[in-house]
Design a protein around this ligand. Structure first.
Ligand SMILES: C[S@@+](CC[C@H](N)C(=O)[O-])C[C@H]1O[C@@H](n2cnc3c(N)ncnc32)[C@H](O)[C@@H]1O
Length: 232
């Protein structure tokens, strides 16, 4: 694992215990609607197999299970304390339909080719060092015709929204995240991870480079959030 990936993993390990609380406060819960939309765009077959990549403490996993209790969901993440949080939530939420959580790197997934009917990733691609590598892996584990849905913040095109979003993302997030999330450094890093990340069109291009077809971009949150949907 290279230096940046190690740094990212250490950072998430440090903020894992307070991650959910900080997240809810920073998004005021509006991320719930974006996550529901992501799950809707996935259109996974009932009872199918879905992977949530970079699952963290499992937010998208639980949305997937709410959409279809028969779904077989596997969450993958390389930060053990984030997975501990996900497993604890799963036990509390409903032991009978516990999801499976595995430790793994999304640039080298521990699954055979074509083994899933859909895959999601939420608010994580900016932290992945090799974006095209991760996208190639997402495509590899999907059966032909299955969808990959990526949900993340993006650079807004509208200048006014860009300014307001900048104030929030580079001002409020490090301040509140530092106080509630337990690490000022981490919540300074997280917004900055967007600075060098491709814009929505650039990310769509990387989807195509990785072999996805019929790539669509759906902008939400006044253009500050993007869903990218690709077919394997
Ligand atoms: C901001 S959190 C998002 C968690 C969750 N998906 C959500 O929507 O709340 C980013 C997650 O990506 C994980 N991550 C980053 N790079 C990774 C990689 N290369 N392989 C696996 N997990 C990775 C981190 O450990 C962290 O849990």
């Amino acid at each position: 694992m290279n230096q940046k990936a190690l740094y990212v993993r250490e950072m998430f390990a440090a903020i894992a215990p307070r991650y959910d609380r900080a997240n809810r406060l920073l998004t005021a819960g509006v991320d719930e609607a974006w996550r529901r939309r992501a799950v809707g765009e996935l259109a996974a077959p009932r009872g199918g197999r879905v992977a949530d990549l970079c699952c963290g403490t499992g937010d998208l996993v639980f949305h997937l299970l709410r959409s279809d209790p028969e779904l077989h969901v596997t969450g993958v993440d390389f930060t053990a304390p984030m997975l501990d949080g996900a497993r604890a939530r799963a036990l509390k939420a409903d032991p009978a339909r516990r999801a499976v959580f595995l430790e793994g790197d999304v640039t080298a997934l521990p699954f055979p080719d074509a083994s899933f009917d859909g895959a999601t990733m939420g608010f994580s691609m900016r932290n992945v060092v090799d974006v095209v590598g991760a996208l190639r892996e997402a495509r590899r584990i999907l059966r032909p015709g299955a969808r990959f849905v990526n949900l993340d913040v993006t650079k807004p095109a509208n200048p006014l929204v860009k300014r307001l979003f900048g104030l929030y993302f580079y001002g409020v997030v490090p301040l509140v995240g530092g106080l509630v999330g337990g690490s000022k450094t981490a919540y300074r890093y997280l917004p900055n991870s967007l600075t060098n990340f491709p814009d929505a069109d650039g990310l769509a291009e990387r989807f195509r480079t990785a072999g996805f077809r019929e790539v669509r971009t759906i902008r939400l949150g006044m253009g500050a959030i993007a869903l990218h949907v690709g077919i394997a």
